[in-house]
Design a binder for this molecule. Structure first.
Ligand code: ATP
Ligand code: MN
Length: 468
């Protein structure tokens, strides 16, 4: 066969020099139609949402065409010509067709369009071949690339924090244990408890719920770092916004305060959304048409608006006023409560109608490491709240005072015996610093308009499901 071209190349470049020459394309058949005089085969190779059309003479390719059905993988060599029909610029007049793999039409599950997302999750090994999942996966790649580019341009270092951790202070109860002990018959200590000292690492270990604590070690040496890796939470949250395994981006910056932190959060998200608009046009147009008709408008509006900075205390006032005026929430609102997603969405979607960065939370509902304000009751935590999604980023200025941090740790009875190294950052050359965590799949929900977080990651892990 002649030189193979990817479909994205043929449809996105000036290929006038190739017109009339013989080229090859390879991919999976989306549709085959036609009559006894002419056959049209639409091929997709994953490089772009669009298919290329192959025109074949049914008399010449009678045998091949019998094996070509939706889902089959083929290679076609033929002349590249300007397309007669509308919808595409070029097409291929087949001169040679090779069938690499048939797809039995009686059992191939992706026959017709319009399968439900629930059904597609059951065939997670094949759903990647649909237009929707192709678009989402290409955009995942684009967003990952944009994230690295954003930080690289600003002098951050990509810092790799461990996935296996011995510190259980953050995610007590929410961690997946890592062990090579025989679960049927683990070694026991004198009190009959499982003897983790005999385990692989000589201690109890688990998969990380966040790279932040180690990220702080990086930031207090390198200045500005970010992590971008998998994160594991054994929380039994069966919601459209939680996964048991998700990817998180966690920048951590020395010498940042609350203002520079929220500024970075806003700049970061706007950069990523703008990147999606600039680099994912075809996929976004498809998703806007098929999944969410408000998508592109919503992305544009985020890029063009200033995010609101809202102290928690003011947010609670707004919510209480809403209740007083008769608005019904499922969960009660008063100073001190952890906001539910309905509260966050009320503020973002009804009240301000733009993204909100909430700051200065009650210390009781936030983690021990957040910097305490002088009022003695709030800490410098920030949540970035988004339309449709709710919380997309959680971050804070970190408490840099050794004494205050230790007092808080003792108040909360946090098991810190394995955390001496973390406290050492406050003992030696402690510095003001701040950081945040962006859930990659929450970002993907926003930029794709998909409704369920299970549909923006190739292979979702949720309670009761670890298929494929
Ligand atoms: P939530 O209240 O939504 O459960 P959280 O307060 O537990 O979030 P953080 O611990 O601050 O979240 O984590 C930082 C970010 O990671 C969140 O803002 C969110 O984008 C993302 N995130 C947290 N938990 C999950 C999860 N189970 N699945 C996917 N993304 C998550
Ligand atoms: Mn959570």
């Amino acid at each position: 066969m002649t030189k193979r071209f990817e479909i994205a190349y043929l449809l996105k470049n000036d290929v006038s020099a190739l017109l009339g020459t013989n080229i090859t394309v390879k991919g999976w058949v989306r549709t085959k139609r036609g009559n006894k005089n002419v056959a049209f085969i639409a091929i997709n190779d994953g490089s772009i949402i669009h298919n290329i059309q192959v025109v074949a003479d049914p008399a010449k390719f009678e045998e091949e065409l019998r094996h070509i059905t939706t889902g089959a993988c083929i290679g076609v060599e033929g002349k590249l010509v300007e397309s007669q029909g509308s919808g595409q610029a070029v097409e291929i007049q087949a001169e040679k067709i090779v069938v690499y793999g048939e797809a039995d039409p009686d059992s191939y599950p992706l026959q017709k369009k319009g399968h439900s997302m629930e059904f597609l999750r059951e065939i997670g090994h094949l759903r990647l071949r649909t237009n929707t999942f192709g678009a989402v996966m290409r955009m995942r790649h684009e967003m990952a690339y944009a994230i690295h580019t954003f930080f690289h341009e600003r002098g951050f270092f990509y810092f790799h924090t461990p996935l296996i951790t011995a510190s259980d202070c953050e995610g007590a109860g929410e961690m997946f244990h890592v062990s090579t002990l025989d679960p049927e018959n683990p070694p026991r200590d004198k009190e009959g408890k499982i003897d983790w000292e005999q385990d692989f690492f000589g201690k109890f270990t688990a998969l990380t719920v966040s790279g932040q604590l180690e990220g702080e070690l990086g930031a207090t040496a390198l200045g500005k770092i970010y992590t971008f890796g998998p994160t594991f939470r054994a929380e039994n949250s069966n919601t459209p916004r939680h996964l048991a395994e998700f990817w998180m981006i966690e920048p951590e910056m020395a010498f940042y305060d609350l203002d520079s932190l929220t500024q970075l959060e806003e700049e970061f998200i706007k950069y990523l959304v703008r990147w999606a608009l600039d680099h994912c046009k075809d996929d976004l147009e498809f998703l806007n048409k098929m999944i969410d008709p408000g998508l592109i408008e919503r992305l544009k509006s985020v890029v063009d608006t200033d995010f609101v900075r809202l102290p928690y205390t003011e947010g609670i006032k707004i919510l209480e006023e809403a209740v007083a005026k008769g608005h019904k929430f499922e969960f009660p609102v008063s100073w001190g409560v952890d906001l539910a997603s309905e509260h966050e969405r009320y503020l973002v979607e009804h009240h301000f109608k733009k993204p909100v960065i909430m700051v200065d939370y009650p210390k009781e509902i936030k983690a021990f490491y957040m910097k305490q304000n002088d009022d003695g009751r709030t800490v410098q935590g920030t949540d970035v709240l988004f339309p449709q999604i709710g919380e997309i980023i959680g971050g804070s200025v970190r408490e840099e005072s050794y004494d205050k941090l230790l007092t808080r740790i003792n108040e909360l009875n946090i098991p810190m015996k394995d955390m001496w190294w973390y406290l050492d950052t406050r003992r030696y050359g402690s510095c003001p610093h701040a950081g945040f965590g962006l859930g990659f799949e929450r970002l993907m929900l926003f930029v794709t308009g998909m409704a369920n977080i299970r549909d923006v990651i190739p292979f979702p892990r949720t309670p009761g499901n670890a298929n494929f």
